[in-house]
Design a binder for this molecule. Structure first.
Ligand SMILES: CC(C)(COP(=O)(O)OP(=O)(O)OC[C@H]1O[C@@H](n2cnc3c(N)ncnc32)[C@H](O)[C@@H]1OP(=O)(O)O)[C@@H](O)C(=O)NCCC(=O)NCCS
Length: 154
């Protein structure tokens, strides 16, 4: 019988930045979701200061193998980055990280969560569908950048 896969989970801290940044960079799907301002060490430090209890890492043998960055604005929960090391996918790690983030957001009084997923990221869209995140079809996503270093996107 296959031995149960063992790993632990905990909140992300800024000391994890290098490992988390490397993980995000290891997959094109997560690399393209980053920008050169919000995902710097300073940007992530600012994010974690505001959202210290809702970001989680999965850790195996001291190494971060999965991460979710989630926060809220006092009204809605927002999922920003979710990534699992390719060697450890389809083992339920993202599912666990999402559950932890949802529980933490609920504890903060948040009742609804959203996240943005590139339309052509089929595995991620399949994942979010399986997690019960429905696709909104009556909204257009509009944004405006207040910093010329952060692209508006297509
Ligand atoms: C999307 C991602 C986070 C999923 O992580 P994971 O740990 O492999 O996901 P889980 O094992 O928890 O999957 C749970 C369920 O989601 C669905 N799912 C996950 N990956 C899938 C895939 N590649 N294709 C189809 N369905 C998938 C399945 O229903 C799966 O259950 P099953 O394995 O019993 O069939 C991972 O593929 C990843 O890191 N991708 C690159 C970064 C990325 O795209 N992030 C999302 C940005 S929004």
């Amino acid at each position: 019988m296959e031995k149960e896969f063992e790993y632990s989970t905990r909140n992300v801290t800024i000391e994890d930045y290098d490992a988390v940044f490397a993980l995000w960079n290891s997959s094109e799907e997560s690399r393209r979701a980053m920008n050169p301002v919000d995902d710097t060490r300073e940007g992530i430090a600012k994010y974690l200061e505001r959202n210290p209890s809702t970001c989680f890492a999965a850790v195996k043998d001291g190494k971060i193998i999965g991460v979710i960055l989630t926060g809220h604005d006092g009204r809605r929960g927002i999922i920003h980055h979710l990534c699992v090391n390719p060697e450890y996918r389809r083992m339920g790690i993202a599912n666990r990280l999402v559950s932890l983030a949802e529980e933490a957001l609920k504890k903060e009084g948040i009742q609804k969560i959203f996240g943005l997923v590139f339309k052509d990221n089929e595995p991620a869209n399949a994942f979010w569908e399986q997690q019960g995140y429905s696709l909104r079809t009556n909204l257009n996503y509009r944004n405006k950048s207040l910093n010329e270093d952060i692209p508006m996107g297509e």
